[in-house]
Design a protein around this ligand. Sequence first.
Ligand code: GDR
Length: 328
Amino acid sequence: MPRAFITGITGQDGQHLAEFLHGKGYEVFGMVKGQNNPKFDQVRDEFPFVEPVPGDLADLPSLVKALEHAQPDEVYNLGAISFVALSFNQAELTANITGLGVLRMLEAIRMVGGAQNNKIRFYQASSSEMFGKVRETPQTERTPFHPRSPYGCAKVFGHDIVVNYRESYDLFACSGILFNHEGPRRGMEFVTRKVTNAVARIKLGLQDELVLGNLDFKRDWGYAGDYVKAMWLMLQQDAPDDYVVATGETHTGHELVEVAFAEAGISDWERYVRQDQKFFRPAEVDLLIGDPTKARTKLGWKPEVDFPTLVKMMVAHDMALESAKLPR
Ligand code: GDR
């Protein structure tokens, strides 16, 4: 039975990946941080096939102990401070966890046996936020980085250190440059879920407005369930490499809002939406659109869920979730 160790197990991608790997016959270990962390029980209840392992990306000895315990064949580093807006307020913490956390995990892998025999294969969750103020369109594996947030800067460090450790120590280390990927498990702080949940609540009369920031941005949005498959495929290749994972389509914030309201049968969405400066960021990423050609040709990967289907799935999920809260 192959063994996989996942950081960020309680996040959207960690959940999808754990299910995917379990379905493939893996023994799955998930790192959970903190003392008396309620998420520890959540992992146990919702994912009984995952063995929770204590550890923290800020603490190298804890990573070594966690790997010694799990003895993994594959490590997926999905753990991070992942909310771009928060990274402007907690820049040092973001640099430490999202950036230096990658370095610590690579060192832990070298200490526990990866260096000598290439035993442990490593996946790093790199991000389209590294492209930031984009230098070319669409963005590929060779597009230069120009991050626009402390989060993006930390991800660039994580990406570069993976390449450096691969070249320096012959580690099987890969980076997936994942564009935005969403779904019903997305946290409420991210714009897609904030919109689909508000649409459901407005439809049910539980809320009367949706307050957002900039809506002129463009994003390449895919489905998280599709994207975790690409992570796994990267670690099954003969040689480690980096891949853009994206749909190759882009949509504006306005389109997201319009499609989500339309899905709930509301056409006059303008009357419910208000913009507020507090949701604007000090620097914005205006346009992202990825070129997934390399992932398609080398990994045989392609996205299955398109943008309208994704929004439909999320609105339907939130309608059911919010309806269940109504008094009977
Ligand atoms: P992003 O995702 O920053 O692209 O990073 P997010 O959904 O937070 O923002 C997308 C765009 O929406 C604009 N926006 C708002 N965003 C939020 N969250 N809330 C609002 O009210 C709002 N109004 C407008 C933002 O300004 C932005 O332009 C995500 C994260 O998952 C990262 O961790 C990951 O690396 C990248 O995707 C790929």
